[in-house]
Design a protein around this ligand. Structure first.
Ligand code: MOS
Length: 721
């Protein structure tokens, strides 16, 4: 009687039709019509100082303008925690419009609300602002005097030692010291940040583009000091986020404040320029690796130094050494992190925060070490394979990295790789092959899922509900597949409800954790329901329910958070990328012609959406390697390429055929479904694999991202950088 198992089979997205037909509603799509007012945020023209005078009279008198808020007349919001937790997350400790101080260019200094967005924008252009400017710094180099050592990131120490690095490095047979640089990168989601806020009898409803529905609701409740029951946050679809929609940016609170003043719904949508300037970026990093090894390739010493930036008032240390401290087995390790303070919005999480820049530097350094040792790059990694976390000593719960190398080598044809650089040429291009390891922790931040069944006209229908957001990852589909299997009910009879804070609470859609948080909760709720129905294990729940004659039944389950480890195990995912590039030396053009990637992320529930996640991550990696860089101009104190014409991301022509496979080994120590997340691992290591392939093609080692034609040509002239 049980329905055929769907877990691991190629099911198409349940929301696919809605998305391709435009029926899927994103935050700014709700409540179209004349009752809605439009807010535009005005940003500071300077990157540091104070507002000495702000004249809003002309703006207030402009056609259609309904309200102008500045620090002089805005609401005072209660402050929120800046760390991610159960409640709402403030992007910065300072609340919006709280005083006349300016900490970065583009910082919101006024909100203009009007009948139309165009009128609001025109009104904002009429506001006259006088500033008293401070000296500002927007690059690490300008801020060297502010350097300090941050203590920790999310409770993990950032300065740490094990063994004796100095002695081991001095005694090593082979040593490598190399410096790598990564630029400011941006999450740059397709959908800009958008909010519609509406008050009805003291109740606040907010349509918001978010990855943390429950957090936003809690944050609004705190900020406006109203009961949580009086807040509803709605977000059925999110058009990408990549870390940038976990915190509550000013437009959320300000749209809600303006809506309360006006007694009308207010809509605020950031421009692309606002997004790139005022929504947090990934910091610039300067990383130095010092590696010591014995002649057989065994790593004996590793020092990883990182210099990155944070904002003037808050701390965010892109946590690079969380990865280097355990990816390979190294007895003598020293991690050092330094920060400088510059005039930018507080940096935050972007697409594998920590792992993505670390893996560029570490996996490039491993390639350089392999060359020095005259070893195959994969052989060097096998030699230093770690069975457990070097710092905590806890074994990995389930690790199949060696198998990823095996499968990747085979699918790519790595055995045919000539060891020497500049060995392969085709037409006007040199051809090179490079590889790198991918890795990302296993997180499970917890969710409550409610599963209910009802008998409607003789047919059993199920609803699966939790207040998570499907940020494009496939959560709707994955939950439908999981519920179908465990209830014994076809997918067509299951509705998945997400995207509303009134549903059972669910963690942030970040840290690649939501599948591991929600799928086991579906299983738990189904087990609970089986108990309630008193039905045997081999009977389908749906059939038992139908036989019981009941009209409806429901059960819930809550999963307990796990942040990368428990008492016994480290939970970590792994993978390997093998890349082919073609480099035209005359013009410095680097093109990626082939990628083979193999992953070990536990059991795969929904292969189609998993594959799409992996590919998405790998495409991010191509962007990180070749194109992406937000460039700050010290004179004007803001990015000069804050739009999609200037901030380059990969397009179809930049992306080759990507061969993605996975090992599908369940990790039952992590949760009873055996799944780990896979949203972010795809990006990790790609940039290094590409840089390593460029070296193999040309003999030119590029240690600074992005690997632009200009940098390649400059390196040729001056020798390897
Ligand atoms: Mo991701 S950068 O944890 O949303």
């Amino acid at each position: 009687m049980t329905a055929p198992t769907l877990i691991g089979t190629a099911v198409s997205r349940v929301d696919g039709r809605k998305k391709v037909t435009g029926a899927a509603k994103y935050a700014a799509d709700f409540m179209k019509g004349s009752q809605i007012a439009h807010a535009v945020l005005l940003g500071s023209a300077v990157a540091g100082g104070r507002i000495t005078k702000i004249d809003t009279q002309n703006a207030e008198g402009a056609p259609g303008v309904l309200l102008v808020l500045t620090h002089k007349n805005a609401d005072r919001f209660k402050s929120l925690p800046t760390d991610i937790g159960q409640g709402g997350v403030a992007p910065e400790s300072r609340t919006p419009l709280s005083d006349n101080c300016i900490y970065y260019a583009g910082q919101c200094i006024a909100v203009v609300v009007a009948e139309t967005a165009e009128q609001a924008r025109f009104g904002a252009s009429l506001i006259q602002v006088d500033y008293e400017k401070d000296n500002w710094a927007v690059t690490i180099e300008e801020a060297a005097g502010t350097v300090y050592k941050p203590k920790q990131f999310a409770h993990e120490p950032l300065q740490l030692k094990r063994g004796d690095f100095d002695s081991a490095f001095a005694a090593a047979d082979v040593r490598l010291e190399a410096m790598y640089r990564t630029p400011v990168e941006h999450s740059c989601a397709m959908e800009p940040h958008a909010t519609i806020a509406e008050w009805t009898n003291g109740r606040l409803r907010v349509y918001n583009s978010t990855q943390f529905i429950v957090g936003d609701a809690a944050g609004l409740s705190t900020a406006f000091d109203i009961p949580l029951d009086n807040v509803e946050v709605i977000c059925p679809f999110t058009g990408g986020m990549f870390g940038s929609k976990a915190a509550m940016f000013p437009q959320i609170l300000l749209a809600a404040a303006a809506a309360r003043r006006l007694g009308r719904p207010v809509r605020a949508v950031l421009t692309r320029q606002d997004v790139l300037t005022t929504i947090p970026h990934r910091t610039q990093t300067i990383q130095k690796f010092e590696l010591g090894a014995s002649v057989d390739g065994t790593l004996t010493a590793m020092r990883h130094y990182t210099l990155s930036h944070t904002s003037l008032q808050d701390e965010f240390a892109e946590p690079t050494n969380l990865t280097s401290r355990h990816l390979y087995e190294v007895p003598n390790y020293h991690g050092v992190h330094e920060l400088v303070r510059i005039n930018v919005v507080k940096p935050a999480w972007v697409r594998a925060p920590g792992e993505a820049p670390c893996q560029f530097a570490l996996e490039s350094a491993m390639d350089e070490l392999a060359l020095r040792l005259r070893m195959d790059p994969v052989a060097l990694r096998r030699r230093n394979h770690a069975k457990g976390h070097g710092q905590t000593g806890k074994p990995y719960s389930s690790k199949y990295l060696l198998e990823c190398y095996d499968v990747g080598e085979q699918r790519f044809g790595w055995q045919n790789r000539p060891a020497a650089p500049r060995s392969m040429r085709e037409g006007d291009s040199l051809v090179g092959w490079g590889m790198a390891t991918a890795t990302y922790p296993g997180y499970l931040m917890g969710a409550t899922v409610r599963v209910s069944l009802e008998n409607s006209g003789g047919q059993v229908r199920a609803t699966v509900a939790t207040a998570g957001s499907d940020v494009g990852t496939g959560l709707y589909t994955m939950l439908a597949i999981t519920a179908s299997d465990h209830l014994g009910l076809p997918m067509e009879q299951i509705e998945v409800k997400l995207g509303d804070s009134s549903l059972p609470p669910c963690a942030v859609a970040g840290g690649s954790n939501l599948t591991a948080s929600t799928a086991p909760a579906v299983l738990g709720a189904c087990r609970e329901m089986r108990k309630k129905l008193g039905c045997a294990d081999d009977v389908s729940i749906a059939s038992a329910f139908q036989a019981s004659g009941m009209g409806a039944i429901e059960a819930t389950c809550q999963t307990t958070p796990i942040f990368g480890s428990n008492d016994q195990f480290t939970f970590q995912s792994f993978g390997a990328h093998f890349v082919e590039v073609r480099v035209n030396e005359d013009i410095g053009r680097i093109r990626v012609s082939r990628i083979v990637s193999v992953f070990d992320c536990g059991r795969i529930i929904s292969p189609k959406t998993a594959r799409s996640q992996y590919i998405g991550g790998i495409v991010f990696g191509i962007g990180q390697a070749l194109l992406e860089e937000l460039v700050y101009d010290p004179q004007i104190g803001r990015p000069i390429n804050a739009d999609l014409a200037g901030y380059l991301v990969p397009v179809q022509a930049d992306v080759p055929d990507i061969d993605v496979t996975w090992l599908d080994k369940p990790d039952f120590h992590f949760n009873p479904i055996g799944c780990r997340g896979l949203g972010e691992i795809g990006i990790t290591g790609v940039a290094a694999a590409i840089a390593n392939a460029v070296f193999h093609a040309t003999g030119v080692r590029l240690r600074e991202l992005p690997l632009s034609p200009e940098k390649f040509l400059a390196s040729q002239k001056t020798g390897p950088r």
